[in-house]
Ligand binder design. Sequence first.
Ligand SMILES: *Cc1c(COP(=O)(O)O)cnc(C)c1O
Length: 460
Amino acid sequence: MRDNATTAQLQDLDAAHHLHPFTNARDLNARGARVITRGDGIYLHDSEGNKILDGMSGLWCVSVGHGREDIIAPIADQMRELTYYNTFFNTTHPSVARLGALLTEVTPPQFTHFHFTGSGSEANDTIFRMVRYYWSLLGKPERTIFIGRRNGYHGSTVAAASLGGFAGMHKQGGLPIPGVYHAPAPSWWADGGDLSPAEFGLKIARETLALIDGIGADRVAAMIGEPIMGAGGVIIPPETYWPALTSGLKDRGILFISDEVICGFGRTGEWFGCEYMGTEPDFLTMAKGITSGYVPMGAVAVSDRVASVLLEKGGEFFHGFTYSGHPAACAAALANITILRDEGLVDRVKTDIGPYLQEKWRALADHPMVGEAVMVGLIGAIQLTSNKETRADFPEVASVGLSARDFALENGLVMRAVGDRLIIAPPFTMTHAEADELIDTTRKVIDLTYDRARRMGLIH
Ligand SMILES: *Cc1c(COP(=O)(O)O)cnc(C)c1O
């Protein structure tokens, strides 16, 4: 939809009426929101005529790129045929029935049943209730406790934000709700000290299991984790971490939920992050990449072990959303997953564009300000530091990460800053030339940030 208003007019309307998510409204309104008007492949265009490389795939979701007719047309066809009907009360529709079957093909073998939601947050709130229902059906209603992780992100609804480990979110609104505990994150850069990554991964796994044993393992219902923490700063855990942790969970009979909202649908070069990490979850949380963001959708994959209990012992599960299995979202997911599969995009991440970008990205670690430059598939981070040897942080007031993010935007690249970690997750369709552009701009951004930090006397 073309809009002929000027940037300033749109910014004024926005400042007057729009309360943004995860935004300090006063700061935003003082400078005015950037108005994005068009998306095309891996590029965004703003109202001032700037072309910007979308290094974050929107918000980790636009895996196949912006503006694809082969997703838009099926959505439009679906809308003309059946715009909306619910999936409550003994009804279904063709697209939602087909989507469950397609998800069965692409998810790990233990998953053949799916529950649909409108978002990742709703999916995690659904799992929270479903897990407790499962344990009560098995005659173990005392298994109610959930284990999340500090700096994990699982969404913004009440249960999802409680499962997540963001202190700032918890402070607002009296979270977490009772019955949720947080284990340490496997952040080697921040907390690994003198340990090797492998030793550190085992240490955090052991500490997590000790936390569980302290609570009483037979009271713990489930643990949730992202294979690679996304919003927490693209924390790629040491190889030792997930195998040691999940085998300890299995020994204790505790369910494992792999939050695949970011890692799912190819981001790591495997269809799901749990496959990359070698874990066997009981639930998958899905959203974002399931539709490449074309229409909002979330889903819960329920393992046969859990589904069989719900189906055989359970009655009606009093839970659902008006838009569970919305026809337009299902059409978008069907088209998107078919593209991922038929164009071999997951394999492209694993064997072509992933390794191509990774090699150049890791080489950025030779910069004096870069402590580590890591990437799996097409999800990566650069840690900025004032001292590579001591892994020293910059003072928070210096806003080094934020200044880098702003330099990036000024130079036509969206990346995100989490503290002083710069993170990217570009679309899978990116060409080699576009990858070169991303790397060249990133190097320029780091140089500009380094100059600023030196002028501020922050480099030792
Ligand atoms: C974004 C995200 C969510 C929440 O999804 P929404 O669709 O924003 O509710 C949950 N888990 C992870 C890992 C995410 O990145």
